[in-house]
Design a protein around this ligand. Sequence first.
Ligand SMILES: [Zn+2]
Length: 437
Amino acid sequence: MSPLPKNRLPLFLLALINLVTGVTLFLVLSRPAHQPLPQKPKPSPPALSMLATPPDWSALEIYQNSITREDFERLLTTVFTTGNVWKNVIEIADTEARIKTGSSPTDEIFHLHFAQSGLETKVPRHWRTASELPAATPGMPLTDLKIAIDPGHIGGAWAKMEERWMVVGDGSPVCEGDMTLQVAKLLKPKLEALGATVSLVREKTEPVTPIRPDALLTLARTNAPDASPVQIQKDAERLFYRTAEIRARADLVNQTLKPDLVLCLHFNAEAWGDPNNPTLIDHTHFHLVVNGAYNDEEVLLADQRFALLQKLFQRTQQEEILLGSTIAATFAETSGLPPYQYPPESLNVRPIDGQPYLWARNLLANRLYDCPVIFMEPYVMNSTIDYPRIQAGDYEGLREIAGKMRPSIFQEYASAVAAGLSKYYSAPRARKKVPPQ
Ligand SMILES: [Zn+2]
Protein backbone atom coordinates (compact mmCIF):
# COMPACT_ATOMS: atom_id res chain seq x y z
CA MET A 1 0.00 0.00 0.00
CA SER A 2 1.43 3.26 -0.99
CA PRO A 3 1.31 6.05 1.56
CA LEU A 4 -1.01 9.00 0.96
CA PRO A 5 0.72 11.51 -1.16
CA LYS A 6 1.77 14.53 0.90
CA ASN A 7 -0.30 16.99 -1.14
CA ARG A 8 -3.55 15.06 -0.42
CA LEU A 9 -3.40 15.60 3.39
CA PRO A 10 -4.98 19.09 3.64
CA LEU A 11 -7.88 17.98 1.48
CA PHE A 12 -8.53 15.03 3.81
CA LEU A 13 -8.50 17.27 6.86
CA LEU A 14 -10.85 19.72 5.17
CA ALA A 15 -13.33 16.92 4.51
CA LEU A 16 -13.13 15.83 8.14
CA ILE A 17 -13.78 19.38 9.42
CA ASN A 18 -16.74 19.72 7.05
CA LEU A 19 -18.18 16.49 8.32
CA VAL A 20 -17.88 17.52 11.98
CA THR A 21 -19.40 20.98 11.31
CA GLY A 22 -22.21 19.45 9.32
CA VAL A 23 -23.11 16.98 12.04
CA THR A 24 -23.04 19.73 14.70
CA LEU A 25 -25.26 22.02 12.63
CA PHE A 26 -27.66 19.13 11.98
CA LEU A 27 -27.90 18.41 15.71
CA VAL A 28 -28.51 22.06 16.59
CA LEU A 29 -31.06 22.69 13.86
CA SER A 30 -32.91 19.43 14.40
CA ARG A 31 -33.60 20.20 18.12
CA PRO A 32 -37.36 20.21 18.62
CA ALA A 33 -38.77 23.74 18.48
CA HIS A 34 -40.58 23.40 21.80
CA GLN A 35 -37.46 22.61 23.76
CA PRO A 36 -36.93 25.73 25.93
CA LEU A 37 -33.62 27.53 26.09
CA PRO A 38 -32.05 27.51 29.56
CA GLN A 39 -33.53 30.43 31.59
CA LYS A 40 -32.59 32.50 34.63
CA PRO A 41 -34.75 31.26 37.56
CA LYS A 42 -37.69 33.60 38.19
CA PRO A 43 -37.41 35.63 41.44
CA SER A 44 -39.95 34.59 44.04
CA PRO A 45 -42.39 37.35 45.07
CA PRO A 46 -40.93 39.55 47.82
CA ALA A 47 -41.94 38.90 51.42
CA LEU A 48 -44.39 41.66 52.38
CA SER A 49 -46.40 42.84 55.39
CA MET A 50 -50.14 42.16 55.51
CA LEU A 51 -52.09 44.03 52.78
CA ALA A 52 -48.90 45.71 51.53
CA THR A 53 -48.11 46.13 47.84
CA PRO A 54 -44.60 45.58 46.44
CA PRO A 55 -42.64 48.83 46.64
CA ASP A 56 -41.54 50.75 43.56
CA TRP A 57 -37.81 50.85 44.26
CA SER A 58 -37.21 53.39 41.50
CA ALA A 59 -38.91 55.91 43.82
CA LEU A 60 -35.65 55.91 45.81
CA GLU A 61 -33.74 57.35 42.81
CA ILE A 62 -34.44 60.88 44.10
CA TYR A 63 -32.22 60.14 47.10
CA GLN A 64 -29.06 59.44 45.04
CA ASN A 65 -26.04 61.35 46.41
CA SER A 66 -28.09 62.86 49.25
CA ILE A 67 -26.31 61.18 52.16
CA THR A 68 -22.73 60.30 53.08
CA ARG A 69 -21.67 56.74 53.79
CA GLU A 70 -21.02 57.66 57.44
CA ASP A 71 -24.46 59.21 57.99
CA PHE A 72 -26.17 56.31 56.27
CA GLU A 73 -24.42 53.70 58.39
CA ARG A 74 -24.93 55.64 61.63
CA LEU A 75 -28.66 56.20 61.08
CA LEU A 76 -29.21 52.62 59.95
CA THR A 77 -27.42 51.04 62.92
CA THR A 78 -28.20 53.46 65.76
CA VAL A 79 -31.72 54.64 64.93
CA PHE A 80 -33.56 52.44 62.47
CA THR A 81 -32.62 48.85 63.33
CA THR A 82 -32.43 46.82 66.53
CA GLY A 83 -30.58 43.76 65.19
CA ASN A 84 -28.00 42.79 62.58
CA VAL A 85 -30.10 40.98 59.98
CA TRP A 86 -30.10 44.14 57.82
CA LYS A 87 -26.63 42.96 56.71
CA ASN A 88 -28.34 40.18 54.73
CA VAL A 89 -30.23 42.70 52.62
CA ILE A 90 -28.14 45.89 52.68
CA GLU A 91 -24.46 45.90 51.81
CA ILE A 92 -22.60 49.10 52.63
CA ALA A 93 -19.74 49.51 50.14
CA ASP A 94 -17.37 52.49 49.91
CA THR A 95 -19.35 54.51 47.41
CA GLU A 96 -22.82 52.96 47.51
CA ALA A 97 -25.34 50.92 49.46
CA ARG A 98 -26.47 47.77 47.64
CA ILE A 99 -30.01 47.07 48.71
CA LYS A 100 -31.87 43.86 47.96
CA THR A 101 -35.31 44.58 46.56
CA GLY A 102 -36.70 41.14 47.47
CA SER A 103 -35.84 38.06 49.47
CA SER A 104 -34.33 35.66 46.90
CA PRO A 105 -30.73 35.70 45.61
CA THR A 106 -31.91 36.49 42.09
CA ASP A 107 -33.76 39.65 43.07
CA GLU A 108 -32.49 42.90 41.69
CA ILE A 109 -30.21 45.12 43.74
CA PHE A 110 -30.95 48.80 44.15
CA HIS A 111 -27.76 50.88 44.14
CA LEU A 112 -27.83 54.04 46.25
CA HIS A 113 -24.79 56.19 45.66
CA PHE A 114 -23.33 58.02 48.64
CA ALA A 115 -22.49 61.71 48.58
CA GLN A 116 -19.14 63.14 49.50
CA SER A 117 -19.28 65.08 52.73
CA GLY A 118 -20.47 68.64 52.06
CA LEU A 119 -21.78 67.73 48.59
CA GLU A 120 -25.08 66.11 49.64
CA THR A 121 -27.96 66.91 47.27
CA LYS A 122 -31.19 68.30 48.75
CA VAL A 123 -33.91 65.70 49.24
CA PRO A 124 -37.23 66.55 47.55
CA ARG A 125 -40.27 66.06 49.83
CA HIS A 126 -43.68 67.64 50.35
CA TRP A 127 -43.41 68.31 54.10
CA ARG A 128 -41.44 71.15 55.62
CA THR A 129 -39.39 71.36 58.81
CA ALA A 130 -39.92 74.31 61.17
CA SER A 131 -36.80 75.93 59.72
CA GLU A 132 -38.15 75.63 56.16
CA LEU A 133 -41.45 77.42 56.84
CA PRO A 134 -41.75 81.07 55.88
CA ALA A 135 -41.80 83.70 58.63
CA ALA A 136 -44.95 83.49 60.76
CA THR A 137 -47.58 86.16 61.38
CA PRO A 138 -46.80 87.75 64.78
CA GLY A 139 -48.74 85.96 67.53
CA MET A 140 -49.59 83.07 65.19
CA PRO A 141 -46.60 80.72 65.36
CA LEU A 142 -48.30 77.98 63.32
CA THR A 143 -48.91 80.18 60.24
CA ASP A 144 -48.56 78.14 57.01
CA LEU A 145 -48.21 74.85 58.90
CA LYS A 146 -50.39 71.98 57.59
CA ILE A 147 -51.33 69.54 60.35
CA ALA A 148 -53.34 66.32 60.13
CA ILE A 149 -54.78 65.02 63.40
CA ASP A 150 -55.28 61.26 63.50
CA PRO A 151 -57.61 60.31 66.37
CA GLY A 152 -56.41 56.79 67.22
CA HIS A 153 -58.77 53.81 66.72
CA ILE A 154 -62.38 53.93 65.50
CA GLY A 155 -64.55 53.93 68.64
CA GLY A 156 -68.36 53.89 68.73
CA ALA A 157 -69.91 50.59 67.68
CA TRP A 158 -66.44 49.26 66.78
CA ALA A 159 -64.78 49.85 70.16
CA LYS A 160 -65.46 46.36 71.57
CA MET A 161 -64.20 44.67 68.39
CA GLU A 162 -60.98 46.68 68.45
CA GLU A 163 -60.53 45.87 72.17
CA ARG A 164 -60.46 49.52 73.13
CA TRP A 165 -63.52 49.33 75.39
CA MET A 166 -63.98 48.57 79.09
CA VAL A 167 -66.56 49.26 81.75
CA VAL A 168 -66.14 49.41 85.53
CA GLY A 169 -69.29 48.46 87.48
CA ASP A 170 -72.10 50.83 86.53
CA GLY A 171 -69.70 53.53 85.25
CA SER A 172 -69.76 54.87 81.70
CA PRO A 173 -67.89 52.65 79.24
CA VAL A 174 -64.38 53.83 78.41
CA CYS A 175 -63.86 53.85 74.61
CA GLU A 176 -60.44 55.01 73.48
CA GLY A 177 -61.57 55.80 69.91
CA ASP A 178 -64.31 58.14 71.21
CA MET A 179 -61.90 59.85 73.61
CA THR A 180 -59.21 60.49 70.99
CA LEU A 181 -61.86 62.02 68.71
CA GLN A 182 -63.03 64.25 71.56
CA VAL A 183 -59.46 65.51 72.09
CA ALA A 184 -59.00 66.00 68.32
CA LYS A 185 -62.12 68.20 68.17
CA LEU A 186 -60.84 70.32 71.08
CA LEU A 187 -57.35 70.54 69.60
CA LYS A 188 -58.32 71.54 66.05
CA PRO A 189 -59.65 75.06 66.86
CA LYS A 190 -56.74 75.71 69.22
CA LEU A 191 -54.23 74.98 66.42
CA GLU A 192 -56.25 76.99 63.90
CA ALA A 193 -56.23 79.96 66.28
CA LEU A 194 -52.43 79.72 66.19
CA GLY A 195 -52.48 79.92 62.37
CA ALA A 196 -52.32 76.26 61.33
CA THR A 197 -54.40 74.57 58.61
CA VAL A 198 -55.82 71.50 60.32
CA SER A 199 -57.62 68.41 59.04
CA LEU A 200 -58.91 65.41 60.92
CA VAL A 201 -58.08 62.01 59.42
CA ARG A 202 -61.43 60.81 60.82
CA GLU A 203 -64.30 63.01 62.02
CA LYS A 204 -66.66 60.38 63.41
CA THR A 205 -66.62 57.00 65.15
CA GLU A 206 -66.63 55.17 61.81
CA PRO A 207 -63.85 53.49 59.83
CA VAL A 208 -62.07 55.32 57.01
CA THR A 209 -61.60 52.08 55.06
CA PRO A 210 -64.56 50.75 53.03
CA ILE A 211 -63.29 47.19 53.73
CA ARG A 212 -65.11 45.18 56.41
CA PRO A 213 -63.96 42.04 58.31
CA ASP A 214 -66.07 39.66 56.16
CA ALA A 215 -64.03 40.63 53.10
CA LEU A 216 -60.85 39.62 54.95
CA LEU A 217 -61.96 36.14 56.08
CA THR A 218 -60.34 34.38 53.11
CA LEU A 219 -57.04 36.13 53.73
CA ALA A 220 -57.21 35.29 57.45
CA ARG A 221 -57.92 31.64 56.58
CA THR A 222 -55.00 31.51 54.12
CA ASN A 223 -52.65 32.90 56.76
CA ALA A 224 -53.67 30.39 59.42
CA PRO A 225 -55.18 27.32 57.70
CA ASP A 226 -55.31 25.33 60.98
CA ALA A 227 -56.93 28.05 63.10
CA SER A 228 -60.41 27.62 64.56
CA PRO A 229 -63.34 29.53 62.99
CA VAL A 230 -63.45 31.79 66.07
CA GLN A 231 -59.76 32.60 65.67
CA ILE A 232 -60.13 33.24 61.92
CA GLN A 233 -62.98 35.66 62.64
CA LYS A 234 -60.78 37.48 65.17
CA ASP A 235 -57.87 37.60 62.73
CA ALA A 236 -60.11 39.03 59.99
CA GLU A 237 -61.38 41.67 62.42
CA ARG A 238 -57.84 42.62 63.40
CA LEU A 239 -56.87 42.87 59.72
CA PHE A 240 -59.81 45.26 59.33
CA TYR A 241 -59.44 47.62 62.28
CA ARG A 242 -55.69 47.57 62.52
CA THR A 243 -54.24 46.97 59.06
CA ALA A 244 -56.83 47.96 56.44
CA GLU A 245 -57.99 50.94 58.50
CA ILE A 246 -54.53 52.40 59.04
CA ARG A 247 -53.61 51.78 55.39
CA ALA A 248 -56.74 53.70 54.33
CA ARG A 249 -55.80 56.58 56.65
CA ALA A 250 -52.28 56.57 55.20
CA ASP A 251 -53.68 56.84 51.66
CA LEU A 252 -55.74 59.83 52.77
CA VAL A 253 -52.75 61.47 54.49
CA ASN A 254 -50.22 60.81 51.71
CA GLN A 255 -52.37 61.35 48.64
CA THR A 256 -54.85 64.03 49.69
CA LEU A 257 -53.87 65.87 52.88
CA LYS A 258 -50.06 65.97 52.34
CA PRO A 259 -49.44 67.65 55.71
CA ASP A 260 -46.18 68.87 57.26
CA LEU A 261 -46.98 66.82 60.33
CA VAL A 262 -49.39 64.17 61.65
CA LEU A 263 -50.45 64.08 65.30
CA CYS A 264 -51.56 60.56 66.26
CA LEU A 265 -53.64 60.84 69.43
CA HIS A 266 -54.00 57.88 71.80
CA PHE A 267 -54.69 57.16 75.44
CA ASN A 268 -52.48 54.45 76.88
CA ALA A 269 -53.64 51.53 79.04
CA GLU A 270 -52.10 48.56 80.78
CA ALA A 271 -53.41 45.01 80.45
CA TRP A 272 -56.92 45.12 81.93
CA GLY A 273 -58.07 41.50 81.48
CA ASP A 274 -61.84 41.15 81.35
CA PRO A 275 -63.26 44.36 79.78
CA ASN A 276 -66.43 43.93 81.88
CA ASN A 277 -64.42 43.63 85.07
CA PRO A 278 -61.12 45.34 84.25
CA THR A 279 -58.06 45.41 86.47
CA LEU A 280 -57.32 48.92 87.74
CA ILE A 281 -53.72 49.80 88.52
CA ASP A 282 -52.33 52.57 90.73
CA HIS A 283 -49.88 54.30 88.41
CA THR A 284 -49.97 56.38 85.25
CA HIS A 285 -47.40 57.54 82.70
CA PHE A 286 -46.75 59.15 79.34
CA HIS A 287 -44.51 58.55 76.35
CA LEU A 288 -44.23 59.78 72.79
CA VAL A 289 -43.21 57.54 69.88
CA VAL A 290 -41.06 58.50 66.89
CA ASN A 291 -40.37 56.16 63.94
CA GLY A 292 -37.37 53.82 64.12
CA ALA A 293 -36.22 50.56 65.76
CA TYR A 294 -37.18 48.12 62.98
CA ASN A 295 -36.55 44.58 64.21
CA ASP A 296 -34.90 41.80 62.18
CA GLU A 297 -38.18 40.33 60.98
CA GLU A 298 -39.42 43.73 59.81
CA VAL A 299 -36.21 44.61 57.93
CA LEU A 300 -36.60 41.41 55.88
CA LEU A 301 -40.03 42.48 54.59
CA ALA A 302 -39.50 44.40 51.34
CA ASP A 303 -42.17 47.06 52.03
CA GLN A 304 -40.86 47.81 55.53
CA ARG A 305 -37.24 47.93 54.34
CA PHE A 306 -38.33 50.38 51.64
CA ALA A 307 -40.22 52.56 54.17
CA LEU A 308 -37.28 52.51 56.59
CA LEU A 309 -34.96 53.78 53.85
CA GLN A 310 -37.41 56.44 52.76
CA LYS A 311 -37.66 57.72 56.36
CA LEU A 312 -33.88 57.57 56.73
CA PHE A 313 -33.24 59.53 53.52
CA GLN A 314 -35.92 62.13 54.35
CA ARG A 315 -34.44 62.65 57.86
CA THR A 316 -37.98 62.46 59.21
CA GLN A 317 -36.91 61.29 62.65
CA GLN A 318 -34.72 64.35 63.14
CA GLU A 319 -37.78 66.61 62.97
CA GLU A 320 -39.83 64.16 65.06
CA ILE A 321 -37.24 64.28 67.85
CA LEU A 322 -36.92 68.08 67.81
CA LEU A 323 -40.67 68.67 67.88
CA GLY A 324 -41.40 65.62 70.05
CA SER A 325 -39.01 66.70 72.78
CA THR A 326 -40.69 70.13 73.01
CA ILE A 327 -44.19 68.62 73.06
CA ALA A 328 -43.13 66.00 75.63
CA ALA A 329 -41.58 68.61 77.94
CA THR A 330 -44.68 70.83 77.74
CA PHE A 331 -47.01 67.89 78.18
CA ALA A 332 -45.11 66.53 81.19
CA GLU A 333 -45.10 69.96 82.82
CA THR A 334 -48.84 70.48 82.27
CA SER A 335 -50.01 66.99 83.21
CA GLY A 336 -47.40 65.98 85.78
CA LEU A 337 -47.22 62.52 84.18
CA PRO A 338 -43.99 60.55 84.74
CA PRO A 339 -42.18 58.93 81.77
CA TYR A 340 -43.04 55.38 80.75
CA GLN A 341 -40.16 52.94 80.64
CA TYR A 342 -40.23 49.98 78.23
CA PRO A 343 -38.79 46.73 79.57
CA PRO A 344 -35.05 46.72 78.78
CA GLU A 345 -35.32 43.45 76.85
CA SER A 346 -37.83 44.89 74.32
CA LEU A 347 -36.58 44.21 70.78
CA ASN A 348 -39.01 46.61 69.12
CA VAL A 349 -38.01 49.87 70.80
CA ARG A 350 -35.04 52.16 71.20
CA PRO A 351 -34.79 54.91 73.78
CA ILE A 352 -33.92 58.36 72.44
CA ASP A 353 -30.78 59.72 74.07
CA GLY A 354 -31.42 62.34 76.72
CA GLN A 355 -35.21 62.25 76.12
CA PRO A 356 -36.89 60.20 78.86
CA TYR A 357 -40.36 60.54 77.28
CA LEU A 358 -39.30 59.72 73.70
CA TRP A 359 -39.02 56.22 72.25
CA ALA A 360 -38.43 54.98 68.71
CA ARG A 361 -40.85 52.31 67.49
CA ASN A 362 -41.93 51.04 64.11
CA LEU A 363 -45.73 51.32 64.18
CA LEU A 364 -47.91 50.97 61.09
CA ALA A 365 -49.11 54.59 61.29
CA ASN A 366 -45.76 56.26 61.91
CA ARG A 367 -44.20 54.12 59.18
CA LEU A 368 -46.85 54.69 56.52
CA TYR A 369 -47.51 58.42 56.98
CA ASP A 370 -45.06 60.10 54.65
CA CYS A 371 -44.05 62.99 56.95
CA PRO A 372 -43.00 63.50 60.59
CA VAL A 373 -45.44 61.79 62.97
CA ILE A 374 -45.88 62.62 66.65
CA PHE A 375 -47.49 59.57 68.22
CA MET A 376 -48.89 60.42 71.67
CA GLU A 377 -49.40 57.81 74.40
CA PRO A 378 -50.37 59.74 77.56
CA TYR A 379 -52.39 58.56 80.59
CA VAL A 380 -53.38 55.04 81.60
CA MET A 381 -57.12 54.57 81.07
CA ASN A 382 -57.35 51.74 83.62
CA SER A 383 -55.43 53.54 86.36
CA THR A 384 -57.02 54.74 89.60
CA ILE A 385 -55.53 58.17 88.75
CA ASP A 386 -56.90 58.68 85.22
CA TYR A 387 -60.07 56.59 85.29
CA PRO A 388 -61.97 59.05 87.58
CA ARG A 389 -60.89 61.91 85.33
CA ILE A 390 -62.23 60.07 82.26
CA GLN A 391 -65.51 59.40 84.12
CA ALA A 392 -65.83 63.10 84.91
CA GLY A 393 -66.02 63.80 81.15
CA ASP A 394 -65.24 67.16 79.56
CA TYR A 395 -65.89 70.41 81.45
CA GLU A 396 -64.64 73.99 81.51
CA GLY A 397 -62.31 75.29 84.21
CA LEU A 398 -61.19 73.23 87.21
CA ARG A 399 -62.98 70.60 89.28
CA GLU A 400 -61.98 68.70 92.35
CA ILE A 401 -61.08 65.13 91.50
CA ALA A 402 -59.52 62.86 94.13
CA GLY A 403 -58.85 65.91 96.32
CA LYS A 404 -57.11 67.91 93.58
CA MET A 405 -58.38 70.79 91.42
CA ARG A 406 -57.92 69.66 87.82
CA PRO A 407 -58.98 70.61 84.30
CA SER A 408 -60.83 67.95 82.30
CA ILE A 409 -58.45 65.29 81.03
CA PHE A 410 -59.56 66.10 77.45
CA GLN A 411 -58.89 69.85 77.84
CA GLU A 412 -55.56 69.16 79.50
CA TYR A 413 -54.52 66.87 76.63
CA ALA A 414 -55.52 69.32 73.89
CA SER A 415 -54.07 72.39 75.66
CA ALA A 416 -50.75 70.69 76.36
CA VAL A 417 -50.27 69.54 72.74
CA ALA A 418 -51.20 73.00 71.41
CA ALA A 419 -48.81 74.67 73.87
CA GLY A 420 -45.98 72.35 72.81
CA LEU A 421 -46.52 73.07 69.11
CA SER A 422 -46.79 76.80 69.79
CA LYS A 423 -43.51 76.77 71.70
CA TYR A 424 -41.65 74.76 69.07
CA TYR A 425 -42.75 76.86 66.10
CA SER A 426 -42.44 80.16 68.01
CA ALA A 427 -38.66 79.83 68.14
CA PRO A 428 -37.39 82.04 65.34
CA ARG A 429 -37.85 79.77 62.33
CA ALA A 430 -34.92 81.07 60.34
CA ARG A 431 -32.55 80.69 63.28
CA LYS A 432 -33.61 77.18 64.15
CA LYS A 433 -30.56 74.96 63.92
CA VAL A 434 -30.66 71.32 62.86
CA PRO A 435 -28.68 69.40 65.45
CA PRO A 436 -26.76 66.28 64.53
CA GLN A 437 -29.02 63.26 64.80
ZN1 LIG B 1 -54.40 53.58 71.27
